[in-house]
Design a protein around this ligand. Structure first.
Ligand SMILES: NC(=O)c1ccc[n+]([C@@H]2O[C@H](COP(=O)([O-])OP(=O)(O)OC[C@H]3O[C@@H](n4cnc5c(N)ncnc54)[C@H](OP(=O)(O)O)[C@@H]3O)[C@@H](O)[C@H]2O)c1
Length: 251
């Protein structure tokens, strides 16, 4: 059921973390081609080398509409259409209400909200009839985690997009679902949230209490759920938010 033979897939934010693990998982399940998208060309090149020749790197900032349109043109030029789109690219930064700058607000919303919206809109003409889209939200949309008001609101917007789009795209028979990962051990903890090794270790101890499974996720565990949502095994699953958080938001 979760075989992606002959399928062409695009994953944004695929140079590390959840996106890279998902790209690898699609390839492991026989995807014909996986387009991997990110801003940093060097990081993408390393990811492409790791994934092999069925992965194609496309450098684009999802917050930049012109770059998204150029990306769509390249895929069209290759003669490809998309079976699956995983709009995963996102950034996380702390913001303190009282001292948040306009630039910090724009940075989060440009990538996490505008980026997801225009990724989907730009690639929609390339989506196959009956294809499907997975959006990456977060547990943060459901929890009032301190100093994460912008990130959390951006992810609530993402979840809302899936609700509307599964209705908007019914003529194309495109399913749209959301994955909501819990805390996952990826570079975002250090690069985005600026956590030190010690802070990550302390956070892990805290999660032993607040997560029923008592730990962070490995990116491959999120990827497995993304593959389920985009597979034929989920052929009647539409508009849902699948929490993959060890139970954190369920208690
Ligand atoms: N890790 C967690 O605990 C967690 C929990 C819930 C949800 N999530 C969500 O999962 C998604 C992936 O995050 P991750 O944890 O795997 O972090 P990550 O390892 O930092 O990956 C983020 C990816 O997104 C790319 N990216 C960031 N901004 C971009 C932009 N404007 N345009 C194109 N690509 C961009 C990054 O590449 P470049 O730097 O090259 O652009 C990178 O490939 C995010 O949406 C995040 O919010 C993560």
């Amino acid at each position: 059921m979760s075989d992606f033979s002959n399928q062409t897939i695009l994953v944004t934010g695929a140079s590390s973390g959840i996106g890279l693990a998902s790209a690898q998982a699609y390839l492991d399940k026989n995807a014909k081609r996986v387009y991997i998208v990110g801003r940093n060309a060097q990081k993408l090149e390393l990811a492409q080398a790791q994934l092999g020749e069925r992965a194609i790197a496309l450098v684009a900032d999802v917050g930049n509409l012109a770059q998204l349109e150029q990306m769509a043109r390249k895929i069209r030029h290759n003669g490809d259409t998309l079976d699956v789109l995983f709009a995963n690219a996102g950034i996380a930064e702390n913001n303190l209400i009282g001292s948040t700058t306009e630039a910090a607000f724009d940075a989060i919303f440009d990538t996490n909200v505008k980026g997801v919206f225009f990724t989907v809109q730009s690639l929609l003409p390339l989506m196959k009839l009956g294809g499907n889209i997975v959006l990456n939200a977060s547990v943060a949309a459901h929890k009032g985690m301190q100093n994460l008001s912008l990130y959390s609101a951006s992810k609530a917007a993402v979840r809302s997009f899936a609700r509307t789009w599964c209705n908007d795209l019914k003529a194309q028979k495109i399913r749209v679902n959301t994955i909501s990962p819990g805390v996952t051990l990826t570079p975002i903890l250090q690069t985005g949230l600026k956590m030190t090794e010690q802070q990550i270790a302390d956070f892990s101890r805290y999660l032993q209490d607040v997560v029923p499974l008592g730990r962070m996720a490995d990116p491959t565990e999120i990827a497995a759920a993304v593959l389920f949502l985009s597979s034929s095994a989920a052929s009647f699953v539409n508009g849902v938010e699948l929490s993959v958080d060890g139970g954190m938001t369920q208690i």
